[in-house]
Ligand binder design. Structure first.
Ligand code: ATP
Ligand code: MG
Length: 370
């Protein structure tokens, strides 16, 4: 057993037991391992590259009703930040190379290349070699999410955490913001630090503004960065539902239930009038039914259904990404594949196999026991 893994195994468990749950993968000819589900208190997404441990980014609780949740969660200053809607990426420098890990601990070839191009992080890692940058990758050209931000043309990486890669200990909020400024790293929006009581109104105001601008929500954090609480806008609940009902048989049913429940509690906390609740209900219903109808029609017409993304990069990176998806068992339908200067630009659909197959089955007369 390598000495470097000591801190993982401080957790009261048999090392062999834990290691058994890691999957082996390869990146640029190097073997690494990652944990795709939380085990024995070690976060999902924890990766082992040679001797180096890269801890997963922890899951955070969500508030359904802001006021009591803030009161219960925090007993000191509360920092409020924007919650961006992209995908979680951890960046570590290992043996001189930047590696970008997705939430479940894969080294994504596309993200790694984008991060190399986007980030000028050499000075940061020279001074903080044991830290990792945790951030959200957002923008229209990425292979995982499709939320648009007017400030991002292609892709952007916004830091929301700096953590010790081996222990996962976060840097405090103020220091992290200061590090981002010093090293020229983009940070998620920071709205200030408040007492818990003042944080309630501040968060509500931010949510109203973010909601109006079609953005996702806020994350509240204790000054040491250890405690976090998320809360999201109605706009994003509807966008999630639209997305899920576009591919109704590929999302778990609780995905839908949780969004509807968030809307219910939000309406109550805001003391909405019957008319406002009716409007919320109408919008919710549209978000559910319209995309589902479109999808059934698309399958009926023989069109591919699934999530469509566009990616851009040097041809090798794009090749690597497409084979990485094939290795994960995804079926891709390529819509466009073109060259722009020395870059390859590909638009593809990740085929939603369950939605396609079940929809077809019902359209052809398949029945259902319910
Ligand atoms: P979970 O927190 O249970 O893992 P999840 O994976 O569904 O939930 P989200 O509901 O999107 O994720 O919420 C947590 C994620 O929000 C983080 O993992 C991170 O990727 C993202 N995020 C965006 N902005 C921030 C921010 N300012 N601070 C922390 N996380 C943020
Ligand atoms: Mg998210």
């Amino acid at each position: 057993m390598s000495r470097g893994w000591g801190s993982l195994f401080d957790i009261d468990t048999d090392p062999e037991d834990l290691l058994e749950h890691f999957d082996t993968e390869w990146f640029r000819g190097q073997r690494y391992r990652h944990l795709s589900d939380e085990r024995h208190g070690v976060e999902r997404g924890t990766a082992l590259v040679g001797d180096v441990i890269v801890r997963g980014y922890p899951s955070m609780p969500r508030a359904l009703v802001l006021e009591p949740a803030i009161r219960e969660t925090f007993d000191g200053p509360v920092a409020i930040e924007e919650k961006l809607n992209g995908y979680n990426v951890r960046v570590a420098r290992i043996d001189g190379d930047l590696l970008a890990f997705t939430r479940s601990g894969f080294v994504c070839p596309y993200t790694t290349r984008k991060v190399e191009a986007l980030l000028d992080a050499e000075a940061f890692f020279d001074d903080h070699p044991e830290q990792m940058l945790c951030g959200e990758l957002v923008g229209p050209e990425n292979p995982y999410t499709d939320h648009d931000y007017s400030e991002v043309d292609e892709v952007g990486f916004y830091v929301f955490g700096i953590r010790h890669r081996e222990t996962g200990t976060p840097m405090g909020v103020e220091r992290r913001l200061d590090r981002c400024t010093t090293y020229g790293l983009d940070s998620v929006g920071h709205y200030g630090t408040f007492t818990p009581t003042a944080a309630v109104d501040a968060a509500r105001e931010r949510i109203d503004d973010l909601n109006a601008r079609g953005r996702e929500g806020v994350v509240l954090k204790s000054a040491d960065g250890e405690t976090a609480l998320k809360y999201t806008t109605s706009t994003i609940h509807r966008a999630d539902l639209e997305h899920a009902f576009e591919l109704p048989f590929d999302y778990r049913r609780d995905f839908v239930f949780t969004r509807v429940i968030r809307e219910a509690f939000q309406a109550v906390e805001r003391g909405e009038s019957p008319a406002a609740v009716r409007e919320r209900a109408r919008e919710l219903g549209e978000a559910i039914l319209e995309p589902a109808v479109e999808t059934v029609r698309a399958v009926d017409a023989g069109d591919p259904v699934g999530e469509t993304h566009t990616v851009r990069g040097d041809p090798r990176t794009i090749d690597d990404l497409l084979s990485y998806f094939h290795d994960q068992g995804l079926e891709l339908h390529v819509e466009h594949d073109e060259t722009d200067g020395d870059q390859r630009v590909v638009t593809f659909t990740k085929i939603a196999q369950s939605t396609r197959d079940k929809t077809r089955y019902y359209l052809e007369g398949g029945t259902i026991d319910e």
